[in-house]
Design a protein. Sequence first.
Length: 590
Amino acid sequence: MSQNAYRSKRWSLDDLVPAASGPEMEAVFDGLEEAVARLEGRRKALAPSMPEGDFAEILSLVERVAYLTRRLSGYATLRLAEETSEQAALAFRGRVNETVAAARNRTLFFELWWKGLDEGNAARLIEAGGDVRYHLETLRRFAPFTLSEPEEKVINLKDVYGARGLETLYDMITNGFTFEIEIDGEVRTVTRTELMVYARDPLPERREAAYRALYEVFGEQGGVLGQIYAYLVGNWNAENVGLRKMPSAISVRNLRNDLSDEVVDALLASCRKNAALYRRYFRLKAKRLHRDRLRRYDVYAPTGDVERTVPFAEAAGIVLDSMRGFSEEMAGLAERVLSEDHLDSEVRRGKDTGAFCYGVVPDVTPWVLVNCNERLDDVSTLAHELGHAVHAMLASEHSVLTFRSSLPLAETASNFAEILLLKRQLKTEEEPAVRRHLLAKFVDDSYGSILRQAYFVLFERDAHRLIVDEGATVDRLCAHYLDNLADQFGDAVEVSDEFRWEWVSIPHIYQVPFYCYAYAFGLLLVLALYRRYEREGEAFVPKYVRMLTRGGSLSPMEVLDEAGIDVRDEGFWQGGFDVIGEMIDELEAG
């Protein structure tokens, strides 16, 4: 595919299901019903002494149900991301959610039987699991926190109209927001993606106007959005801590990530400790911007007069070239996303305002959503999401139950792609101002990926406690969030009052509680991996590719141990921060 063929456009979902309605779509629903019925028909065959061959046959039906479930759920999610308020898309997702919940309830018996099986027979049968082995091990980890079959069925049904419904409501409200900002005497009505372009604008008054516009709208709906959050937090704790007896709200995520609470606590403590590193950078940035003190409006401000438009075709070419310099295989996989029309890069009202990659099933190329505003900064976003796609494709030989990596490793390929891009840009860029901009941009983004995300999780830990134990109001949560920002920035950054509403604008804390530490984990890990690449050269490439091919077929600790990375050592986390410190040293010297 030539660079001239790269153009910003809407994706096609035809490779997942050829049509949103009609015979092809109904065939998927019918196929799921058939697979569920066949699995139900084998329920009586489940017994501790059953032959390994019979267990393998039943496991193949479990995989079939999962495959078809994910096709339907994936299509519903991707279609709604195209147009978040489209009634037909919302109705279709409602039908899918109901169908999936019913299928899960009808097949729940397998999971519950497996969790309750004695250790001896479980060890014997797990050998017949093949590539699904780690999935089976993961289910066993949850055995102590599993309820009875009737209770589990009630929770599944309740979530369709409860938690999942609240999440959909949050998306509908926030993705429908538009914002007014005055630019050169003209009042413009823009989407959130278009608005946040101005958060990196060279003019300080535009940066301030962007944030004020953002939090004016979120603040107007803050009471409703905050109450939605309180209900989701209450639901999360009532189910997981109250009914399932998990140690804490965050332990739920840690168990799903197969990480100990101690490892996650060490990561968060290290991030908090290194807040001082970023305060040092923000003081440097204030000097470059000729300010006594940086404002929160200025955290992502460019420190030089660098204005460069990067059309989508050029951005795609740059990203693919940066990958090709590391691995032809990786570049070829990334190019597949574009050539198969699995990339949606248009900016349009109603479209999901963020960026993501969705590997739906292992035998179909993932879909990538970005919003391309032709900024230099958009290039790194594209590299990040295509990195996710490469990760999924490298793991595509695994089962639908094991091809997706665990959250702690999910950001590995995406962040590594960004570093490859940065190094390629620094090598080819001749203008010193642009080079400084790129380096500073990476440090800015590392703040966004490491410290900011860690502090979101620190806020979540407190918010769950305040809501559940003390019945905290939305106003109380806003005040606590300002305290969180004060701890994060110290005296290096001035935080204005409207940032009390920042937390209600963060989708992850609503949809995937405590997810955000995966970003910090991922980038710090990748900084260590890139340091090894610098030392080992080409010999490192196959080791790295092998790590990605593991997907979710091994525990994160097994994958990391195999790669020679020891996250049990506090020095590992500090090593990542030391790399960032070296970049700040270079910026100070320049």
